[in-house]
Design a protein around this ligand. Structure first.
Ligand code: KIV
Length: 275
């Protein structure tokens, strides 16, 4: 069944947990969709896990549109949420609406996600008014890495925790259909989840959220530069790939691959005419 933002609100009402994974390309999106995952996030983590940047700051609108379109082509049922990259919405409410629109029109996303708290309430309101669903993203917001001074758990002090609760409520009031929380203490995420009528999606935010998201390269052990504490490895596909590549190299160098069955034949009399 095709998932929409209504699926999200119904899941919260029925107390059903939502599953979300990132994807950045057609083949992976198709596999995730076939597995019945509720939503696919075309995250700006793209910059790190696919493009090899140190952080997400260099990701452009063109990158996001290109990869979102590939994911869209691979999906039948999953709700596709595309990340608004750094400086695609922070600059003005106008830019926020225009760029959110591009992710929908050119990328085929069903919704957009943007990082930040109360300071982006006007942006969220304007995007929602343009009929584009918005997922808010609070807690550790990687686009603010320079302001945070690194990837750190957020909301640990009473003041910071209170601010996160208020931000979540304000973003819901602005029209966000869901609030993603990254690296937020589990108890705090649970309080926020209970306070909101829209579903929360957690990553490093404990089991009390309404749903969970992981970066697929992390859960498949395909990205080794950095593995956050909250990642569970569901398979060691990195190892499977490395071994397959080694095997291939060996077979190519020894002339074992390709075999006759991997090639195409031609009539012998045609070959004779070539001499
Ligand atoms: O960009 C991304 O993949 C994300 C997740 C880490 C939530 O925002």
């Amino acid at each position: 069944m095709k998932n929409t933002v209504i699926t999200f609100s119904q899941a919260k009402e029925k107390n059903e947990r939502l599953s979300m994974l990132t994807a950045y390309d057609y083949s992976t999106a198709k596999l995730i969709d076939e597995a019945g995952i509720d939503a696919i996030l075309v995250g700006d983590s793209l910059g790190m896990v696919c493009l090899g940047y140190e952080n997400t700051l260099s990701v452009t609108m063109e990158d996001m549109i290109h990869h979102t379109a590939a994911v869209s082509r691979g999906c039948k049922n999953a709700l596709i949420i595309s990340d608004m990259p750094f400086m695609s919405y922070q600059t003005s409410v106008y830019d926020a609406v225009v760029n959110a629109g591009r992710l929908i029109k050119e990328g085929g996303a069903h919704a957009v996600k943007l990082e930040g708290g109360r300071e982006f309430v006007p942006h969220v309101k304007a995007i929602v008014n343009a009929s584009i669903p918005v997922m808010a993203h609070i807690g550790l917001t990687p686009q603010s890495i320079n302001a945070f001074g690194g990837f750190k758990v957020q909301g640990k002090s009473a003041e910071a925790a209170k601010k996160l609760i208020e931000d979540a409520v304000l973003l819901q009031e602005a029209g966000a259909f869901s609030v993603l929380m990254e690296c937020v203490p589990a108890k705090l995420a649970e309080i926020i989840t209970k306070k909101l009528s829209v579903p929360t999606i957690g990553i490093g935010a404990g089991a009390g959220c309404d749903g969970q998201v992981l970066v697929y390269q992390d859960m498949l052990a395909m990205y080794s530069d950095f593995t956050p504490k909250f990642v569970k490895k569901y398979a060691d596909i990195g190892d499977v790939m490395r071994n397959a590549f080694k095997n291939y190299k060996e077979e190519v160098s020894k002339g074992i691959f390709p075999e006759e069955k991997h090639g195409f034949s031609i009539d012998a009399d045609i070959i004779e005419k070539l001499y």
